[in-house]
Ligand binder design. Structure first.
Ligand code: PMP
Length: 294
């Protein structure tokens, strides 16, 4: 098999040649932004929304990406094509670029742009069938007044600490609360509960990423007869919910059946969750931006 091709600063290079400077501020300070994008069946799912969020994150950290959104879309398509993928996970990274050892971003002339198109590592199917066991961890989601979680920044240490705490508890995901103790999101996923036919997810202003898959679920849920609310809730609401699930580009829609040792409802993935998984999979297989027949 030919080697993986990586888009690096305007060129497609072999994986072994895809190297960046040790003075890159993405590495030295986490100064940069990223996106995780999925392609299914030869189409890129919700492509324009991901690109829009990338440029919004860039705006928030005052990073001028030296490519237009259209050029960025073309570069992503080109990278997937170069790797001959039809199903892919695409990681798009824009860092502040190479500077000196000081913090000052004015020392960084040109942003570093990296696009990696790779195969996907999924949660095993058994978790979609049986649901996840998760815990709430001590590390809180950072407050919007610090690094706003709506910025998909390279600064993920906060979430990594939460992930380490999940690892110690022997589970795959962690619920992170915001500073006031409300449920915010997970380390790499948004969270939803369903109670008495009402679907609830935390509003992003309390400190959560405005996930693209979160948006898909909010869009399709009314078709399934669910009332939809963006409202704060607590661990107690999760423990006593009828259903709970997570959404994210990697996780898609995945049921949660146990939280902090409390079994959710009867301990099986909920009926609406099952319907949402089905609907989500239909959408990913049938919609999106074509990669090859443009
Ligand atoms: N929250 C966090 C912290 C994330 O990193 C992600 C993305 N993996 C999500 C939520 C889900 O966002 P999306 O649906 O856009 O992948």
């Amino acid at each position: 098999m030919s080697s993986q091709k990586i888009f690096l600063n305007g060129k497609l290079v072999d994986k072994s040649e895809a190297k960046i400077s040790v003075f890159d501020h993405g590495l030295l300070y986490g100064d940069g932004i990223f996106e995780g994008i999925r392609a299914y069946n030869g189409r890129i799912f919700r492509f324009d929304e991901h690109i829009k969020r990338l440029y919004e994150s860039a705006k928030a950290i005052m990073l001028d990406i030296p490519m237009t959104p259209k050029e960025m879309e073309e570069a992503v398509v080109e990278t997937i094509r170069a790797n001959e993928l039809t199903d892919a996970y695409v990681r798009l990274v824009v860092s502040r670029g190479v500077g000196d050892l000081g913090l000052d971003p004015r020392k960084c002339d040109t942003p570093t742009i990296i696009i990696i198109a790779s195969d996907i590592t999924l949660y095993p199917e058994e978790f979609y069938q049986n649901g996840l066991d998760v815990v709430t961890v001590p590390t809180r989601r950072n407050i919007p007044e610090a690094i706003n979680p709506r910025i998909k920044s390279l600064n993920y240490l906060n979430n990594i600490l939460a992930k380490i705490e999940a690892n110690h508890a022997g589970v795959l995901e962690a619920i992170m609360l915001n500073n006031e103790g409300y449920v915010a999101e997970c380390t790499g996923d948004n969270i939803f509960i369903i109670k008495d036919g009402v679907l609830i997810t935390p509003p992003t202003y309390i400190g959560a990423l405005k996930g693209i898959k979160r948006g898909v679920v909010l869009e399709v849920a009314p078709e399934l007869g669910l009332e939809v609310k963006e409202e704060v809730f607590t661990r107690h609401d999760v423990f006593t919910a009828d259903e709970c699930f997570l959404t994210g580009t990697a996780a898609e829609v995945i049921p949660v059946v146990k939280v902090d040792g409390r079994v959710i409802a009867d301990g099986k993935p909920g009926e609406y969750t099952g319907k949402l998984i089905k609907k989500f999979r239909e959408l990913t297989q049938t919609t999106g931006t074509p990669i090859y027949d443009k």
